[in-house]
Design a protein around this ligand. Structure first.
Ligand SMILES: [Zn+2]
Length: 235
């Protein structure tokens, strides 16, 4: 015969297991969303935005309540700080869906890289989008700054120099700067896989995908391109 105390102890243990199990499941809910499905969601949201059919999903009080217990964003976007390219708006997404890392020129530094690793390792996000945009001021500064000149401060110089490494040989002849912006995105994607063992291992295992994109200011559309080069370049 079980004592009342023993039964009570078992009940507490069962409840504890259920609660812990549900927390774990919710913490890693986004792992169930494959990289391809995550990309499809971004593409569909951008199509709604560009065609004027936005739904503004998941932005109400109910959604805020859902997210009190935690977040599991289905995608990570490393984008530019430019006020014209906020990821939630251009991909028509809501709260808790995109883990944003925004910095001028979408450059990679220790803090941005750590942020990407955190979202992959702790939040379970499986798609990383490196997102550049037309007429990026940071890329323009990198192309315009003559050798030996300063961008205005040591930190601005550091940011601009990191972009210059990726846009060598490019020119300012295209006012939209599409080619140098794409080169900057390519360089950041490749650098990411070289510098982060954590992310590269998951990419090589097919658990995480890195894609690249450029946002068109006029149409509002994001053109994505293949990520296979980034993976092979890392080896
Ligand atoms: Zn920019």
């Amino acid at each position: 015969m079980e004592t009342v105390t023993l039964r009570a102890a078992r009940l507490v243990l069962t409840i504890a297991c259920l609660v812990m199990g549900s927390v774990r499941a919710s913490d890693h809910a986004s792992s169930a969303i494959s990289p391809d499905e995550a990309l499809r969601r971004l593409e569909a949201g951008n199509e709604r935005f560009a065609s004027g059919k936005t739904e503004h999903p998941a932005q109400d009080a109910h959604r805020r309540q859902e997210l009190i217990s935690g977040q599991s964003p289905f995608a990570i976007v490393l984008g530019c700080s430019d006020s014209r390219v906020p990821p939630e708006i251009v991909f028509d997404q809501g709260l808790g869906e995109i883990f944003d890392v925004r910095v001028a020129g979408n450059v990679l530094d220790p803090a941005t890289l750590a942020s990407l690793e955190y979202a992959v390792d702790h939040l379970g996000s499986r798609l990383i989008l490196i997102l550049g945009h037309e007429k990026c001021g940071a890329v323009q500064a990198a192309l315009s700054l003559s050798k030996g000149a300063s961008a205005g401060s040591p930190d601005l110089d550091s940011l601009v120099h990191s972009i210059q490494l990726n846009v060598r040989g490019d020119h300012l002849d295209d006012p939209l700067l599409r080619q140098p912006v794409r080169h900057q995105v390519d360089g950041v994607a490749q650098d990411l896989l070289k510098r982060s063992n954590l992310i590269r291992k998951k990419v090589d295992a097919g658990e995480v995908r890195v894609v690249r994109g450029i946002y068109a200011l006029s149409s509002g559309r994001v053109a994505f391109w293949d990520d296979s080069l980034a993976s092979s370049d890392s080896r």
